[in-house]
Design a protein around this ligand. Structure first.
Ligand code: EVA
Length: 603
């Protein structure tokens, strides 16, 4: 059973969650012969491998670091006799796809590298004994799975990946793994929606699971006082003088669910807040907010895309120091712990599905803006791609719907959007997505330069239009920067003429900048150039009232595939990969600390 419950694993009197992270065993399987050779029972000659982490950056050879194909992980776990009735193993993610075995028996398979896998091992695992957990994973890219890309086979038979996207194809078990025990008829899901009534809040809830048992819910404030109680699997709680979750000023209640008399229990921290778009404005708790922040990656030295609380903590501290209030989970849903931290910190998240590379180019960043038509949605792989895309949208919204921090769903990054094929494809994706979120949060996607006001056939699907623009970098850079600004303004004037009654947010703008380079007058790649470019962009943003946010590309330098356009990775970070500020960080700090939270929000 896969994804039977999306709930984050938690321990209490009724359920258990034991972390299985640590040193696992690992083997490459370039010929995909492990299954036939009995690797599901025991890996022959495995090496050790830390979990969670990407496997790549531990290695010292190209063959291993850049490995593409099947690879296996294995560990053993002890299942206590007195563990709850149902037993699962839950992976935060396995990139990009996996088959899970317990004691040699297949218990789950899952497509997609950035969302959880829940494997029911109740029948396969033995109580009071050690059990073997085995994962056959694969990190190949294709045009029918997300994210999109392809492989090249080298003369020696070795495969290397050719992503249609600009980040390294990090893979492995990159997030935590839990052994989970629940009652047989456990609570499997809940949803909350909010309404404000004067000083009070109405919290509408619904709960799934628990069999036929009675369901009781309560809300407990930060002091530990129960402020509202309800009975039944759906209902409304009234919170008098509600303490709202505000931007960069979070307040969290505990939402507690009980099934039967102590039969099952689940609780989570939740924030009471509303999200709504009103014309050009983004309203949180009916108050306008201007988005200030970053496009990010899960990316750091050694760990690759592996989740680390320590890295996440540093990232939040750096973001807060610059006065940011928002980030986009470019270009895939991040580890759940990021959203938990954002809930605590009052950060806003634009949550993105891994629909990136939907443009046939291994240099998407260079193809963007050339004006060339990049064909994508007229190929035979599209039905399969669409199926996977919808599935991942479903899984993302199911996983993240209860986070106060999530204010919008991004359903793509920079696809081809100018053809009728693209229009049909995305109409289906949006129609599907619009059935899923109980809170009806805004739906959007990030458009590259070819998605111009007179050419794009998809922008009207969005509740908020997100633009990735590099005027002064990929277009008219260096001495032509003056011209870049003119071109930028010309495009914005065209958007303005359309009189679209929606907010626009810049989800990307930036320049590659080496932390080592200084030059007066500025040249491209120097810190001075990054600052100059930013100031010009700010001038454009400030000229249009409908621009309601700016998320710079990128928070930090990050690893990409090798190439002549990349210097050991993408250097558009405002911070280095080690999370130290470039000069631009001070530029943002000055600007964002001086912009009011409701900048351009007055009617
Ligand atoms: C860039 N531009 O060129 C970025 C990419 C990003 O890293 C884009 O959305 O248009 C992409 O992934 O630096």
């Amino acid at each position: 059973m896969v994804n039977a419950s999306t709930l984050y694993p938690r321990s209490n009197a009724a359920r258990r969650a034991d972390i299985l992270d640590g040193l696992w065993r690992f083997a490459f399987d370039p010929k995909s012969e492990g299954e036939a050779a009995g690797w599901t029972k025991a890996l022959p000659a495995p090496i050790s491998m830390p979990v969670p982490a990407s496997f790549s950056d531990f290695f010292t050879t190209h063959k291993e670091r850049d490995y593409v194909g099947d690879f296996w992980y294995e560990t053993d776990f002890f299942l206590p006799e007195n563990y709850p009735e149902k037993v699962f193993v839950r992976f935060g993610s396995v990139t990009h796809r996996a088959v899970i075995y317990c004691n040699g028996v297949e218990v789950a398979r899952h497509e997609g590298g950035f969302l959880p896998i829940l494997a029911d091992v109740t029948a396969a695992a033995r109580r009071g004994q050690e059990n073997r957990l085995t994962v056959r994973a694969n990190n190949e890219l294709s045009e029918s799975t997300l994210p999109c890309g392809t492989q090249k086979v080298l003369a020696d038979g070795r495969k290397i990946s050719k992503p249609y996207f600009d980040f390294y194809n990090y893979s492995g078990i990159q997030r935590s793994v839990f052994l989970v025990g629940t009652p047989a008829e456990a609570i499997t899901d809940y949803s909350l929606t909010y309404e404000l009534e004067g000083a009070d809040a109405l919290v509408h809830y619904s709960v799934e699971g628990g069999g036929e048992r009675s369901i009781r819910v309560s809300l407990v404030d930060a002091e530990g006082c129960t402020v509202a109680r309800g009975e039944g699997r759906t209902g409304t709680l009234r919170v008098e003088n509600a303490h709202l979750w505000q931007v960069r000023n979070a307040y969290l209640y505990r939402f507690v669910i009980e099934a039967g008399e102590g039969y099952d229990r689940y609780e989570e921290k939740v924030g009471i807040r509303t999200v709504r778009i009103d014309g050009h404005r983004i309203l949180i708790n009916e108050k306008p907010v201007y988005l200030k922040g970053y496009g990010k990656h899960e990316d750091s030295d050694i760990l690759g895309r592996g989740f680390s609380w320590a890295v996440a903590k540093r990232d939040f501290e750096c973001m807060k120091w610059t006065g940011a209030n928002c980030f986009r989970t470019s270009h895939y849903p991040y580890a759940e712990e990021w959203y938990q931290m954002a809930d605590e910190e009052g950060f806003l998240i634009i949550d993105e599905v891994p629909a990136v590379g939907m443009m046939r180019s291994t240099h998407n960043f260079a193809a963007a803006g050339t004006g060339q038509y990049t064909y994508f949605f007229e190929t035979p792989t599209v039905p399969e791609l669409l199926k996977n895309h919808k599935q991942q949208v479903s899984e993302m919204i199911a996983r993240d719907k209860n986070h106060a921090s999530v204010i919008a769903w991004s359903l793509f990054n920079e696809p081809e959007t100018t053809s009728e094929y693209a229009r049909n494809y995305f109409s289906e994706v949006f129609a599907h997505a619009r059935t899923l979120d109980p809170q009806n949060r805004p739906m959007t996607g990030a458009f590259e330069k070819n998605s111009a006001p007179d050419k794009c056939r998809c922008y009207d699907l969005c509740d908020m239009i997100c633009l990735n623009r590099y005027y002064g970098w990929y277009i008219s850079g260096g001495p032509e920067i003056e011209e870049a600004e003119e071109k930028f303004r010309a495009e914005m004037d065209k958007w303005a003429e359309k009189k679209l009654n929606v907010p626009f947010v810049f989800t990307e703008f930036g320049t590659d900048t080496l932390a080592s380079e200084h030059k007066l007058p500025s040249v491209m790649w120097s810190q001075e150039y990054q600052d100059e470019y930013l100031e010009r962009n700010f001038g454009v943003f400030d000229s249009y009232d409908f621009v309601q946010g700016e998320l710079v590309w990128n928070f930090a330098d990050f690893q990409t595939t090798e190439g002549i356009m990349r210097v050991n990775g993408n250097k558009k970070g405002v911070f280095t990969r080690q999370r130290q500020p470039k000069d631009a960080a001070f530029v943002f700090k000055r600007r964002w600390e001086s912009l009011p939270e409701d900048y351009k929000g007055q009617e």
